[in-house]
Structure formats: C-alpha cells, structure tokens
Design a protein. Sequence first.
Length: 571
Amino acid sequence: MYHKSMFPDLPVVPEANVHHLLFNRPDQQAWPDYTLYVNATTGKRWSFRQFVERVRDGATVLGTDIEQGGLGITLEKGEIVGILSENCLEYIALLHSLLAIAVPFAMISGYSTPFEFKHAVSLSQATRIFVSPSLLPLALTSGIPDDRIYMLEGHIEGRLSYEDLVNRARRNRMPRLPVKHATRDTLAYLVFSSGTSGLPKAVMISHGNLTNSFLQVKVVTQEVNKFQEPPVWNGPNGMQVLFNVLPIHHTYGLHISCFRAFFSPLTVVLLPKWDVNAFLNAIPKFRATTLYLVPSLVHQLVHRPEFQVADLSTVQIVHCGAAYLPVSLSQTLLSRFTGLERISEGYGMSESTISIANKPVPGVLNGRAKNKPGSTGVLLPGIEVKVVREDGTLAAVNEPGELHVRSGCVALGYRNNPKATKETFVNGWLRTGDRIRIDEDGVLFFEDRAKDTLKVSGLQVSPVEIENTLLVHPDKLIIDASVAGVSGGRTLDERIPRAWVVLSPEGHKLGASATMAKLDAWVRESLSKYKWLRGGIEVVDIIPKSPTGKVLRRQLVENYEHGKKAIQAKL
C-alpha cells in the first residue's frame, strides 16, 4: 500500500537559487555576529559575517570574466568544479560560492586511489579542481590543465588558492556579482554513491532537491516548537555547538557541516579526519552540544578505554546515521551520557538528497508520530512511499518489501549513466533497493538490503566493483569471482567484503595460497581501505548461478557462515 508523511505538507518550492534560502532570509538580519565555524585541529575560526563576506567575494571572483580579473567560471560554459580535500573551512566557503553562481561541483573522496579518482573526474566531467596540499599529487593525475588546478587551503608557490582569489576580489574591489538564477532542476552538485552496477555513480542533486530538504527541516522544527520550548544549550554564550567528524564529500557530512548551520544561529566544529583521541579531547574544549556519528564510529568509541573517562558533560544530542544502529550499541552509548534520553536516528540515501525518515521527537504531532525501538522513524514532510513485493504488487501493512520513494528530494538521476538512472528512477519513483516494513502506525523498520551493496563504516561498497578489480589483475589469475558481505564487522549487523574466486590455469600454476595473497595485495593497491577484503578470499571450483546467470551470493554466504559456526562450535 501507499504511505504518506503524517507531517503537514511542504510550502511550494520556488524556482530559485537555494542560496537565497540559506543566506537571504529576513530572519537572518537580526542574527548577531557569532563564531560560525571552527577547525578543531588548527583552531581557525570564522564568524557568521566573515563567512558570508568570504562566500560572496569568492562567488564574485569565480564568476567574473577573465578580462576583469576573475576566473570566468559559468554554468553556460558547462563548467563543473571538482573538490578534493579533507574537511576544512575553505571547503564549505567554496561550495557556497559555487552555489551562489549556479555552477555545480563534484565532491571527490579524499580517500580515493588513483584509479577511483580518475573514474570520478571522468564521470563528473570536472573542468577544474580545488585541492588540499596533501592531495595535490593525486589531483595532478587528473588530466585537467595545470592552470585549472587550485589550492583549496594553504599556499604553494606558483599555484592560486581560494584564499588568493578572495583576496584578489577584495584588493581589486571587484563589483559584487548578484546571485545567479537557478530553477528547481538546476544541477547543484554531484555526490558519489556506489551501487550494484560496480563503479561509483555520480548522483545529481538539484537546487530544488536541496530546497525541499531544507523545508522538511523547517516544517518538522515548527511542529516540535508547538509543544516544546527551545533547548537551553551548554555551548559558549548559550549557543548550540555541532561537532562533525564525518567527511564533507559524504552526503551526511555535507549537510551537517555545510547547510544545518544556516537554519538558526549555531557553531560548527570540524575535525579534518577521524581521530578518536582528538575527538574526545575536542568535546570539552569546544563545549560540543551535538554529535554526529555513524555506527562504526560508535563501535570504536564504546570499546575505547578513553571514552569511559572522557568529559562528555556538555553533550545534549547524539545523531547517528548512514547505517542501522543496533539497539544494544545504542544503549551502550547512551549509558555514557548524563541527561541524554535517546539517540537520534534516521534513514536516507544520497539519491533522496539526504533523509527519507527520522525518529521523531517524543510528543510531536500530538503523539501520533511514534518513536519505536528498532525502527528507523517516520516519513519526513513531503515524502510518499510504497512498499513493493518482488512480483511488483504492493505489500500489506507490516509486510517487508522494497521501498520506493516519491518526493521533491529525489535526485535528478545519475550523471552519464542512463542505464542505472532508468533502473533506479522509475516513473517518478526512486527504487531504494532496501527491504523495509511499515507498521500500522506508519513507522518504518529496516529489514535488509535488497540490493547487493554493503555498508562498511557507514560507506557504501559495491561487490561488483571489487569483483571487476579482481578480474582485471594483470596476471590473469582467475576466471570468475563473486563478492558478498559476511559477518565480522565492527557491529553485529555490519557485513564485510569476502571474495570467492575460480582459478585460471595461471592461478592453478601459481597455487591457491600464492594467488590469494596476490589478489589481496592487488585489491589493497587498487581500492580504498573500506573496500578491502577483510572477510577473506576463498578458492572455489565454480560460482553458483541461477538459470538466468544471476550469481547466488546468498548461497555462498550461507555456506561460509555455516562453516564458520561449525568451527567455532568445535573450539
């Protein structure tokens, strides 16, 4: 059956650049000047007014014609700007400058191998790149002209930086460029999402998608404010302090770091890269009130001795997303915080801009929106879904099936991948590939992933991508391969990649053990760490397949898990 959000409908989404909603609202005129962003490692701080001025000066110099001292970057020229960096304040300023001039950007993972990076650049058709100093050698392999590769932060002799460009606009007193017009369907950015088709896909998010997502937050906040007084925050001067350690190139980290700060006055503290000790030390130092985590980080935290003695007294809210958080892990985390009643959780994906459902604040909508243990929450405003059986018919209440989503938040599609777009975006519906059950109260429960994609450390991993990597080993050691998720992750529900391979004559000649060692080394060289075969490699005589040629991954996994349990039982 069909299910619609129980929240009030969204306002009409305007045909406008999302920059106006983020920076040009009347209520912002009364905001004080306060610390908006802090780099937890360097201590660099920007106030709200400083940041807004930097964004506007950046937009001006990026979009102004070359003859007038700018870079002449425009949407009309087909420009797409790649960003390759760890978390930093300049990353956020740059992307807002680009949104203001309606030039799309592609956020490329700083953890990319050379192979993954070249694929991302090719797929996105990036015409320029802004890069952090540590990743400059990788950026120089892009094939993009050298004079179109800029530093995002820091200074390197002979290479322009975002800071240099902003200073140029100020020094030359360039006339401010007005915000460029954008429609609901104007491309805002590309974020990379793995799927069953193998290599990462570039999800196209529009200005309208972002506006829809932000209006969802507005409607939910209005409903919560009807029965609940605004919280009194423990941060400096009574401010809310968001602490984000998640990478900005990931949808979850992007929205926390770059967008949430413009709904109401608050401070965002950024950690460039995840480091447990730096994270725990920064919480009391910056009086963090709100934490954003993923289950794998939660697992690391609760098993670290330092976490048991850390000063967490300022924390009032903990959000966890990107993957399902087991109830046992949630309870363990909760036990370390005084006054924290629950962990805020939700369900979403890059193809839906960010969120589809969230666990509601208890009492919202006069108690109609239920917060049930083990659930992923209720549908956000403006979201309509249907649960579909394998035969295409609609599932009943409490019956699992694939979740299909219809909303203004659903992405435009995948860039330069019409096949995947046609398979995933069907007649206005987004096929999530996830098996979901919706109960009689409209509460969603995650059952499992209908598609083969794994979630490792909150990041998507495509088995097909790993299979293809194994099959192109230069020594041609195997003739067939299958990859699937097996137990052994940091949480009970997390699955890690394991490969089953069929040896070629060259592989037989080398021997099974030596072949597996070579294949493992090849994967480690070719793919990011979270895609490594932590579940191991097994040599088999044949990969089981259905009559239609579909690999029977479940059979491989069940045989492995059964054998693993049998061995454990003997110990």
